[in-house]
Design a protein around this ligand. Structure first.
Ligand code: GLU
Length: 290
């Protein structure tokens, strides 16, 4: 199977920039004859009712998807099994570092800024036992590379850092980077269209996919929507959700289509004129009127 997907986190309502990314993911999948899946990434902060409102927004925009949306919170066994597999291969270690300790640790010359410096990589059994008494451990994957290169349809060849990143948080929740790779591979997702704020995560995810014996997906990191100040569009910028925009008389699909240089009243009609190579490569500056 060959599929694209949209994977919203139900931490709040989608704004017009998120909806634009969702539409692009749908267009890209359909344009390339792929299935289109929805995955609710609800391992983290969940706002009650947000999932239902997000799905209603996507439907109201005219998007359709194949099968029922899946929820990450219902797939914990899958993540645990993958962590166990990596553990059996000796590729997992416990990390007791706080965020602050990582920031303050001296970085080795071959570690890019922000990369985990490897503090807990080679603890002795005694040291581990001591630290376990202090705080719960996160789990990190042992990476044998410093960087990994992906191909992105918009950004071209992109090389980024791969450190020993967290695959299970200290609170026991599977980390985003692990869940996304496990799910994309298990769901047959071979095309990932998402906001370009996640481009820097792609090398870690593609490297992990390869480690797990999967083929990394084709990546398309699309430009984000920005506000008048050039910052990432946010709800505080004004009327930006589908409901808010409709209440002020805005045709939301028309607004998004216009920002993409596409013409049509339904996603199907937009698909007819969709040409990936002609899409704007710059962020979309959107200044809400209300
Ligand atoms: N759930 C993530 C978000 O809403 C997207 C993850 C992904 O597309 O890989 O930002």
């Amino acid at each position: 199977m060959s599929a694209g997907r949209y994977a919203p986190s139900p931490s709040g309502d989608l704004h017009v920039g998120n909806l634009r990314t969702a539409l692009l993911a749908w267009l890209w999948a359909r344009h390339t004859d792929r299935d289109f899946l929805i995955r609710v990434e609800d391992l983290d902060r969940v706002r009650p009712g947000a999932e239902q409102r997000q799905l209603a927004d996507l439907r109201a925009l005219g998007l359709d998807w194949d099968g029922e949306p899946v929820r990450q919170s219902e797939r914990l066994d899958l993540y645990d099994a993958t962590i166990a597999r990596l553990r059996d291969q000796g590729l997992v270690y416990e990390c007791f570092c706080t965020r602050r300790e990582i920031l303050e640790a001296p970085t080795a010359p071959h570690h890019p800024p922000g990369a985990y410096p490897g503090t807990c990589r080679d603890l002795t059994d005694v040291e581990r036992a001591e630290r376990r008494a202090l705080r719960p451990a996160a789990l990190r994957v042992r990476s044998d590379v410093a960087t990994f290169t992906v191909h992105d349809e918009i950004h071209g060849t992109y090389e980024g850092a791969v450190d020993d990143f967290v695959i299970r948080r200290g609170d026991g929740v599977p980390a985003y980077n692990l869940a996304v790779v496990v799910d994309d591979s298990a769901q047959g997702v071979d095309q990932v269209v998402r906001g370009d704020d996640l481009l820097a995560s792609a090398p870690r995810q593609a490297w992990l996919a390869t480690l797990l014996g999967a083929t990394p997906p084709a990546y398309v990191h699309v430009p984000l929507a920005l506000n008048a100040e050039g910052q990432r569009l946010a709800k505080r910028d004004g009327a930006v959700t589908r409901v808010e925009l409709q209440d002020t008389g805005v045709d939301v699909l028309g607004l998004i289509a216009g920002s993409l240089g596409l013409d049509g009243r339904t996603p199907e009609e937009l698909l007819a004129s969709f040409e990936p190579a002609e899409l704007p490569r710059e962020p979309w500056v959107y200044v809400p009127t209300a």
